[in-house]
Design a protein around this ligand. Sequence first.
Ligand SMILES: [Zn+2]
Length: 155
Amino acid sequence: MQRAIDGFHQDEVGDWVAELRCGHGQHVRHRPPFWVCDWVTSPEGRASRIGHPLDCVLCERFELPAGFTAYKRTPTFEATSIPAGLTTTHSTKPGVWGVINVIEGRLRYVVESPLARELTLAPGEPGIVVPEVVHRVAPLGEVQFYVEFHRAPSA
Ligand SMILES: [Zn+2]
């Protein structure tokens, strides 16, 4: 899915990495003739790409960005105490990832476009919430779960 470029940094060998709003990094290499991307070699070129979208495969794989840490968690909810906000479609803010942890029972986790997926969560099988992607949950009988929110350590 498309993610805006928030900035750039260089990796340990000097290659440029675009910092995407989701928290993932993506290499942007200028290695003609295989990869032609000469804008990445100048500060002006990089600045001109801030805010532009890149396709993020890691978001499509529901991969929590490396180095992200939990900063908040919800109370434990049961089938009868799930807030309406979680059972109707909603999403997290840019850069905020969620991990739905089921303690007991099973929970249906429905992710809408562009990732469109339906999963059944159980203890040891958490659901990853991708920033800004609309989703909802529904209890499958008795269930206990909580949601943990993760973000970049610098946020
Ligand atoms: Zn991403």
